[in-house]
Write a protein that binds this ligand. Sequence first.
Ligand code: BG6
Ligand code: MG
Length: 217
Amino acid sequence: MDIKALIFDLDGVVVDTAKYHYLAWKKLADELGFFFSEKDNERLKGVSRVRSLEILLEVGGVQLEEDVKKKLAAKKNEDYLAYIKKMTPDEILPGVINFLEEARIRGLKTAIGSASKNAVTILETVQLLDYFDEIIDGNEVSKAKPDPEVFLNAARKLGVKTQECIVFEDAEAGIEAAINGAFHVVGIGDKNTLNKAEMVIPGFAEVSLDTFLKLGK
Ligand code: BG6
Ligand code: MG
């Protein structure tokens, strides 16, 4: 089946926001009195805000009431947003704009499929909102990746079949979500970690759309 649409995860695929998530989560861990390493932060990739907090508390061996957790997640988000609001288009990952422009010229549809509830804010801040036909984010899904809901919603809104889409993902849970929804999937990052993807690339710098369109054949 010919490829008609491209669906992009946001964090770690289009922009590098993991460092800001880390700084905001680390501040919270510091305040709670334990160390949260960059390696621990890897476990939060692709994972929802609520689940991220649970993992962080597991790392620190801390148990809290639900209402306290809610407040801490909101506070972390305020700190995270303070970083996000200062982002500039320079922080769009290399090659992404060219790739999106090529997709448009070739008549492919594009969407964001992200767990983040801040997706629109981020896209507006780095001036990328107009590059996508549809944005499906953490505000519109009830089931987190590896459930395919976010990508299925994107395909439905774009009016294409899942086998006509390529999902680009940097997180294992996201790759599994794409596989669970019968999408083609390209991993962005490390080949060994993302070995369930059909193809893995380090990023979009100097890659052409033709490299991926053959996945539809
Ligand atoms: C994902 C990130 O895209 O969004 C996760 O990879 C993050 O690390 C999740 O926890 C939720 O993001 P937000 O912006 O809604 O807190
Ligand atoms: Mg990601």
